[in-house]
Design a protein. Structure first.
Length: 285
C-alpha cells in the first residue's frame, strides 16, 4: 500500500480565507476606520505622534537608506514613517488610498518644509507600476498596511518595483485592538470575531514564492488617548457598535478597568508583537 502524498498548503489561499473572514467581522456602518474622513485621519495622526515615536525610530534604523536612496512607502497613512525618513533620502513615493490621510500627510509635510515626497492616492492593488510609479526604488516599505486580499500578487508587485530591498512590518499575534474585538464581539453581537492573517501566513507565502526573507520580532505598543473618560467610552461604544443599553453596559464594564489617568488625559494601552520581514533582490532564487 503506497503512502499518502502530503501536499503543502497554499498559503496565499489561506491568507485570502482569513482575510475574508476578518472582513466579515466588520460592522458595515462603523465609520471609525474610514480614512477618507479627515477627522479619522486627524485622530490617527494625533495618536501616532505620541504613540509611535519608538517604533518609528526602530523601523528607520533597520532600513538600508542613504542620501541617494529612492523610497516607496506603501500604505503611508498620514506620513508616520515617510515624513521622518524624507530628510534622510533623495525622494519618497507614498501610496495611500485614504483622501483624509493624504490631506493630513500633505499638511504635515508642508509645515515641515518637506518637498521630496510624491503622492499616489490609490490602493496598492490598483497601482500601475509602469504609469503610477517611477520604478525602481532602492527601498520598498509596507508597514502594518498588508490588508490586500491577494497577498501574493501584492508581494510580486513590491518585489518587481524594488532594485534593492523590501521591508514588511506585520503582526505576529493579535494586537491590543484585535484582542478587544475578540473579547467583545460575541457578547455584543452574538458571533465570533475573526482575526486577520498574521506573519505565519505571510512567511509561508514568501517561501512558496521562492523569497527566503529574514525575520526579526519587535514589540508593538498601542495606546488610545482622550481628554476624558466619557469621551473615551463614547469612542469605544461607536467602535464596537454598541447601541442598546445592555451593549453600552458591556462595553463600559470592559473598557473601564483598562483606563488610567496620565496628566490631563485618560489612556488605555496594550502590548503585542510585530515582525520585520525583509529581503534583498539579489537573494531571490
Amino acid at each position: 500500500m503506497s503512502s499518502p502524498v502530503l501536499m503543502d498548503p497554499d498559503w496565499n489561499e489561506i491568507w485570502k480565507q482569513r482575510q475574508k473572514l476578518h472582513e466579515s467581522s466588520k460592522i458595515s456602518d462603523d465609520p471609525s476606520h474610514d480614512w477618507n474622513r479627515k477627522e479619522n485621519a486627524e485622530r490617527y495622526d494625533a495618536n501616532a505622534r505620541s504613540e509611535y515615536d519608538e517604533r518609528v525610530k526602530t523601523t528607520i534604523a533597520t532600513l538600508d537608506i542613504n542620501r541617494n536612496s529612492r523610497v516607496l512607502d506603501i500604505g503611508s497613512g498620514p506620513g508616520t514613517l515617510a515624513i521622518p525618513i524624507a530628510p534622510l533620502v533623495k525622494e519618497i513615493t507614498a501610496v495611500e488610498p485614504g483622501a483624509g490621510m493624504v490631506e493630513i500627510f500633505k499638511n504635515n509635510a508642508e509645515k515641515q518644509g518637506i518637498r521630496n515626497i510624491t503622492f499616489v492616492q490609490k490602493l496598492w492593488e490598483d497601482v500601475d507600476l509602469s504609469h503610477d510609479l517611477a520604478s525602481p526604488y532602492d527601498v520598498v516599505i509596507a508597514s502594518l498596511s498588508l490588508t490586500m486580499h491577494d497577498i501574493r500578487e501584492a508581494l510580486l508587485k513590491m518585489n518587481a518595483t524594488s532594485s534593492g530591498s523590501v521591508h514588511l512590518f506585520w503582526f505576529v499575534d493579535m494586537p491590543f485592538w484585535e484582542r478587544m474585538y475578540a473579547d467583545l464581539w460575541e457578547p455584543l453581537h452574538g458571533r465570533p470575531y475573526h482575526s486577520g492573517p498574521k506573519v505565519d501566513c505571510l512567511f509561508g507565502v514568501l517561501f512558496q514564492m521562492g523569497i527566503y526573507a529574514d525575520v526579526k520580532m519587535l514589540p508593538l505598543k498601542k495606546e488610545y488617548r482622550f481628554g476624558s473618560r466619557d469621551e473615551m467610552l463614547a469612542f469605544f461604544r461607536r467602535r464596537f457598535n454598541a447601541k442598546t443599553m445592555e451593549q453600552i453596559r458591556i462595553v463600559d464594564d470592559y473598557i473601564t478597568p483598562f483606563i488610567r489617568k496620565q496628566g490631563s488625559e485618560v489612556v488605555i494601552s496594550g502590548d503585542s508583537t510585530f515582525a520585520h520581514i525583509w529581503w534583498k533582490k539579489d537573494t531571490k532564487n
